[in-house]
Write a protein that binds this ligand. Structure first.
Ligand code: NDP
Length: 285
């Protein structure tokens, strides 16, 4: 019987990228199922994206993840988008179907699953999201589709904030408004779930936190951060100090990684193994 020495290639493109732990999670899953796949973590600068995608096509990559700053800019280089990716306007996962590159977005699905796993429902909830970038768009659309009643977007760039608000109002039954985030803002008392969907606090800037009035975080709020490296962000520590229940970015990461695994391999993801691998990486298991 002939042997197959060829690996199926997948990976992630981004900048910064060195601290992205997704490879650890995906490799643990490949090993568990005995699949000959390799997940490569690659530094790709903003201006090099088009060449990088052409390279992936040439090397027959099975798929790829995209992170900052490529999620929106990759779209013109792909062949088609799923309905979710089209609505969200950002892609974090590409599947190479016999040379045709399909863009999907699994960020919001991963975030929603992480909340559900912490016994938090978004149905009829009032949600406040900091940020209007790729992660914020994915999360806002998925939470709106899952039954959130109202979403407020706070963003530094007002145009991006308005674009996302309009998208939610147009595409879902959830209502939305936006506020310009140009100085320290208060979190409205009606907020039930507060989410930092910005990159503030992302490694190596772990000493930074969103510019909000932390006294306005109330004990009955759920507070979540998309930043996963460090999972115990200054933002979450501030919320914990005020007695709020917190959900860190690790759950979102592992759950979206599981969806990606299934899209690339067609096999059920070994979620428990993936969770353990990620927790070990962060010294939590
Ligand atoms: P984008 O570059 O698309 O968006 C970044 C957002 O952060 C924008 O809203 C931007 O505002 C805002 N922002 C950045 N710096 C500041 C600042 N100093 N003050 C105010 N706002 C700021 O990035 P992504 O949406 O792709 O990623 C955001 C974060 O989500 C990253 O930390 C990423 O690692 C994390 N992430 C985590 C995942 C997980 O699985 N846990 C999955 C995906 C992402 P503006 O529009 O004004 O520039």
């Amino acid at each position: 019987m002939s042997k197959n020495y060829r690996s199926e290639l997948v990976g992630v493109l981004g900048d910064p990228i060195d601290e992205n732990p997704t490879g650890v999670v995906e490799e643990a899953a490949f090993a568990e199922l005995g699949l000959v796949y390799r997940y490569i973590t690659m530094l790709v600068k903003e201006g090099d994206l088009q060449n990088a995608i052409a390279g992936l096509r040439a090397m027959n990559y099975r798929g790829i993840n995209l992170t900052i700053p490529h999620k929106v800019k990759v779209i013109p280089f792909l062949d088609e988008l799923t309905e979710a990716a089209e609505k969200i306007g950002a892609v974090n996962t590409v599947i190479n179907n016999n040379g045709k590159l399909l863009g999907e977005n699994t960020d919001g699905k991963g975030f929603l699953t992480a909340l559900e796993n912490a016994d938090i429902s978004v149905i009829n909830k009032n949600i406040f999201i900091l940020g209007a970038g790729g992660a914020a768009r994915a999360i806002a659309i998925e939470l709106a589709l899952a039954g959130a009643i109202h979403i407020t977007i706070a963003n530094r760039d007002p145009e991006r904030g308005h674009t996302l608000t309009n998208l939610i109002n147009r595409e879902t039954n959830c209502s939305a408004n936006c506020v310009v985030w140009d100085n320290k803002i208060d979190i409205p008392e009606s907020t039930e779930i507060l989410i930092n969907a910005t990159s503030i606090g992302l490694f190596p800037h772990v000493d930074r936190k969103p510019n909000i009035n932390y006294e306005t975080i109330k004990v009955d709020m759920i507070v979540s951060d998309v930043v996963f490296n460090d999972p115990n962000t200054l933002f979450l520590r501030e919320a914990e100090n005020r007695g709020a229940k917190t959900v860190n970015g690790l759950g979102m990461l592992v759950n979206q990684a599981a969806v990606n695994f299934e899209l690339w391999t067609g096999k059920k993801a070994p979620l428990g193994i993936m969770e353990i691998a990620l927790k070990k990486e962060f010294g939590l298991a």
